[in-house]
Design a protein around this ligand. Structure first.
Ligand code: ATP
Ligand code: MG
Length: 154
């Protein structure tokens, strides 16, 4: 299943994140693809705000990951842009997080291709002048079910 959403401005990206947040379940993995500045972290901010997180959402560019304890589950937000060797993923112990209780949102998954848990959904953000296009693709049965709830409004 695929869908594509036009995101006219930053507020639309945050609102799309809120929609994605609603149907998230523990154990899900979403890959967030797209160029520098495409809006991946903004989307994560929208997800976290909708889940009740009121603190600052920092870009984990230097730390590789930021973790959030939410009422429903733990959410791990990764930014692998600065990862030089996919083995850093293993060394950091991230593999142990693939236990079905954590939601993983992963920016720049291509930097650790082959090492990451497979995605339920891949969201590709494309820069289109002053707006963005989000192209979403389900990659698992669970991802397909998930997208049926969050793509209906696109
Ligand atoms: N739909 C949108 N239309 C226009 N601008 C947007 C939209 N969504 C987000 N932006 C803006 O894009 C900029 C970059 O966003 P963000 O930091 O989320 O990108 P990113 O994809 O995480 O980049 P990086 O790969 O460097 O981490 C921000 O200034 C944000 O306000
Ligand atoms: Mg980012």
């Amino acid at each position: 299943m695929r869908c594509s959403c036009h995101l006219a401005d930053e507020a639309a990206t945050l609102a799309f994140g809120a929609r994605l947040a609603k149907a998230l379940q523990p154990g899900m993995t979403l890959y967030l693809e797209g160029d520098l500045g495409a809006g991946k972290t903004t989307l994560v901010r929208g997800v976290l705000r909708a889940l009740g997180y009121i603190g600052r959402v920092k870009s984990p560019t230097y730390t590789l990951a930021e973790t959030y304890s939410l009422p429903a589950f733990e959410l791990y937000h990764y930014d692998l842009y600065r990862m030089h060797d996919p083995r850093e993923w293993m060394d950091a112990g991230f593999r142990d997080t693939d236990d079905g209780r954590i939601v993983s949102l992963i920016e720049w998954p291509e930097k650790a291709a082959g090492w990451l848990p497979p995605p339920d959904v891949v969201i590709h953000l494309r820069i289109d002048d002053d707006s963005r296009e989000a192209e979403c693709e389900a990659r698992s049965p669970r991802g397909t079910e998930y997208m049926e709830t969050c793509c209906t409004l696109c």
